[in-house]
Ligand binder design. Sequence first.
Ligand code: HSE
Length: 403
Amino acid sequence: MSNIHIGLFGFGVVGQGVFEVIRKSKNAHAEIARICVRDPKKPRKIAVDPALFTDRAEEILDNPHIDLVVEVINDAEEAYRIVRQALLKGIPVVSGNKAMLAKHLPELIEIQKKNRVALLYDASSCGSIPVIRNLEEYYDNDLLLEVKGILNGSSNYILSRVFDHRESYADALRQAQELGFAESDPSFDIEGYDSLFKLVIITVHALGAYVAPERIFTYGIASIHESDIRYAREKRVKIKLVAQVVKVSDEHFTMFVMPEFVEPSRYIYSVDDEYNGVVIRGECYDRQFMFGKGAGSLPTASSILSDVMARLHDYRYEYKKREYLQKPTYTTDLSLKIYVRYSQTNILHVLHFEEILEQYISTESNYVIGMVRLSELLAKRDSLRARDLFIANIPIFFLDRDN
Ligand code: HSE
């Protein structure tokens, strides 16, 4: 088997991991032929032949000896231009850029089909856990009812440190940054957008449906407060940032990203630190659970290596579920049971509750638990960003099709 020649875009945390993982793997049949970076002269932590570096994308994209582009840069729009150009030129691509994919997948799927060229991106969702390829291949049927889990390592790391180790939120965030889990702008992690992008990509492979990120209610952990943690401890639950796509009827599915009260009996209860955990529920087989490192240089790079190896065997996603006749449609027309902690903002003036189940008022902090339409949460999302509010989902069961 001859070696696959890789043109690598990006040499940050993940790019360097790709370099190391390929060097470690004895049967990789892959070599990095060129590395495109913004500053080829920048000193690097690992020893790399300086001649491999370039700052000119054409030296990869117009190079007839390059068999595969691996794109792991930070800038989503620049990544889009590179990936699009490579695919239009017929060069297969492996990418880890969830923000770029979540925004541009419909167009990139069309280009793949038209140009008969592959784009693989298992590293974009849940680091080392092979979520995408499993959804695409093993779950290629309509038994699937739900994919739900912890998709962001940094926010999970922060919650674990705060919850289990009683550290401060700020210290935990700094550690997540130092350990290379967090995005260059960590607000993507803590405000839920990183989980959202991964959820959009996962849904394309779970249900064959693409939903644009701005149509999905997303709420993070940025405003979590000691009183929320105390409340959760008293109730013997943990707070986790959970992303989910769920079939709510035969015809409809919903999606949202929110902190959630997780009971000890749930698989994701014991997913801590930078680990991710994904629960897949389907008719006939109930629940299955995938667990692993969702962030960090080498775990993410190992997923890139898996896609590189898959290309040696001409693997490509076929997006078979997108052709299904009875593809379910996206809805936000359903009720969720939520907890809202508030102080200055009178939540009952901001959000319409269909039903209030519990309310607590004190000099320190107040909370209300009640039923709210998901469409109402989506419509009010800007007002809900007030720093004196924190919202968590209290899970309810949508569709029992196990019998
Ligand atoms: N910032 C991301 C996370 C990196 O914390 O999960 C992996 O996608």
